[in-house]
Design a protein around this ligand. Structure first.
Ligand code: CMC
Length: 376
């Protein structure tokens, strides 16, 4: 029997597959989707263009873009029995639990879309269109708001704002949301995308892969960090308390959420862009409280630990200013990353190989079997 050699804990630096979708240059702090720099995409494109880019490998022309927007608009509504199912969940539940359950349940309503292979592009678009509706349905119910209208004329960003917040968003709010969706849409083999690809690599269906991904994104070391950043800011309260609270956490060897990254050795370029949007939206709303606290936290964490911010540091401050409650931050991340998850699943189906690593066994062997009556 061949013995496994070294163990790469956390699969750190292991190259598991080839992909054309996303490139991270962790030393230069660059992020590329299908050849395009994230800074250009954030400055000039929309989430719909980016989703198309991730799925098809090229930017859409005007007709293709209109077709995709039309498709999002027409498949946005939830099947009524799924609405009932969401309405039966406890209102105290975390929205990520609702999302995971609803994505899984959706497969049952769309069996022809759940088969692996070419038809999955329809499922990818359907899932991307529908995630905001799931969040909105749950949130509106807990707020006692009526059923949301699908509003096919709205972009994904505007619809997400309208559906959850129950008001018409401004142009600046819609652009801020759009940029956040663009920035979160993909990130190479992050944990949730890897989970999606592992599931797809067994020839399982797209909905199962996305269900795995939602569960993986939920963790605070991954997408759940954005919600924890807001908890930290609320604990800090005022700028004078930043030093004391951050020092206390570091001396207890606690992690400061929104800092550090497995791949980036410099600042995450998404953090750079979101910092700017946090300031911009803060100025627009006349509220720079979170922005100023975050700047201070950044200074202290960098001085003490040499760590740089990641995408999760500033995103919550933007969402909060837009009016979202903190427990919707990670679900918003999912509503964007679903484009990347599904692009990776489609790529996996094109060049499928079962993902199945090995473990180095460190347990016992050849133990004598003890009959139950003789065990202590
Ligand atoms: N706060 C305090 N110390 C940290 C942090 C942090 N946020 N991140 C890393 N470190 C320290 C860690 O304690 C360790 O120190 P030492 O060598 O003295 O034990 C060292 O830096 C290396 O950490 P690591 O855990 O080996 O590094 P990793 O590559 O496994 O961690 C990470 C990456 C993202 C899990 C980690 O930086 C972290 O826990 N960050 C906080 C959670 C967070 O913000 N997650 C969002 C990640 S980006 C978006 C996403 O993927 O969703």
């Amino acid at each position: 029997m061949a013995e496994p050699q070294g163990v790469q804990r956390g699969l750190q630096d292991v190259v598991a597959l080839e992909s054309r979708i996303c490139f991270i240059d962790g030393r230069q702090g660059r992020l590329i989707y299908q050849g395009y720099d994230i800074r250009d995409l954030a400055a000039r494109s929309t989430f719909e263009e980016v989703a198309y880019l991730l799925w098809y490998g090229r930017l859409p022309n005007a007709t293709q873009l209109e077709e995709l927007k039309g498709r999002f608009g027409t498949v946005r509504a939830l099947p009524p029995p799924l609405v009932d199912q969401i309405d039966r969940m406890p209102i105290e539940a975390h929205p990520m639990d609702i999302l995971r359950t609803a994505v899984s349940a959706l497969a049952g309503f769309e069996p022809e879309e759940t088969r692996p292979g070419a038809s999955s592009i329809g499922g990818a678009q359907r899932l991307t269109a529908v995630l905001p509706s799931i969040l909105a349905q749950f949130h509106r119910r807990r707020k006692g708001l009526p059923l949301v209208r699908a509003r096919p004329e709205l972009s994904q960003a505007a619809y997400l704002l309208y559906a959850v917040l129950d008001r018409e968003p401004t142009e600046l709010e819609t652009r801020a949301m759009d940029v956040a969706l663009i920035l979160h849409a993909d990130h190479e083999l992050n944990a949730s995308t890897f989970a999606a690809r592992v599931t797809a690599s067994t020839l399982s269906d797209l909905y199962s892969a996305v269900t795995s991904a939602v569960g993986t994104l939920k963790g605070p070391l991954h997408g759940g960090a954005n919600e924890r950043v807001m908890e930290l800011l609320d604990e800090i309260g005022t700028p004078e308390r930043v030093e004391e609270i951050v020092h206390g956490k570091l001396s207890r060897h606690e992690r400061i959420m929104g800092f550090g990254h497995r791949v980036y050795k410099v600042e995450d370029p998404r953090a750079t862009i979101l910092r700017e949007w946090s300031r911009k939206v803060g100025e627009n709303k006349g509220d720079l409280h979170y922005y100023e606290l975050l700047r201070r936290v950044e200074e202290v964490v960098h001085r003490e630990k040499g760590l740089y911010p990641n995408v999760d540091l500033y995103s919550g401050s933007v969402y909060s200013l837009l009016g979202f409650p903190a427990d919707l931050f990670t679900p918003i991340f999912a509503a964007s990353r679903v484009a990347g998850w599904t692009a990776h699943v489609l790529e996996e189906y094109q060049d499928l190989r079962l993902i199945r690593p090995t473990a180095k066994y460190v347990g016992a062997v050849d133990l004598p079997y003890v009959p139950i009556g003789q065990r202590s």
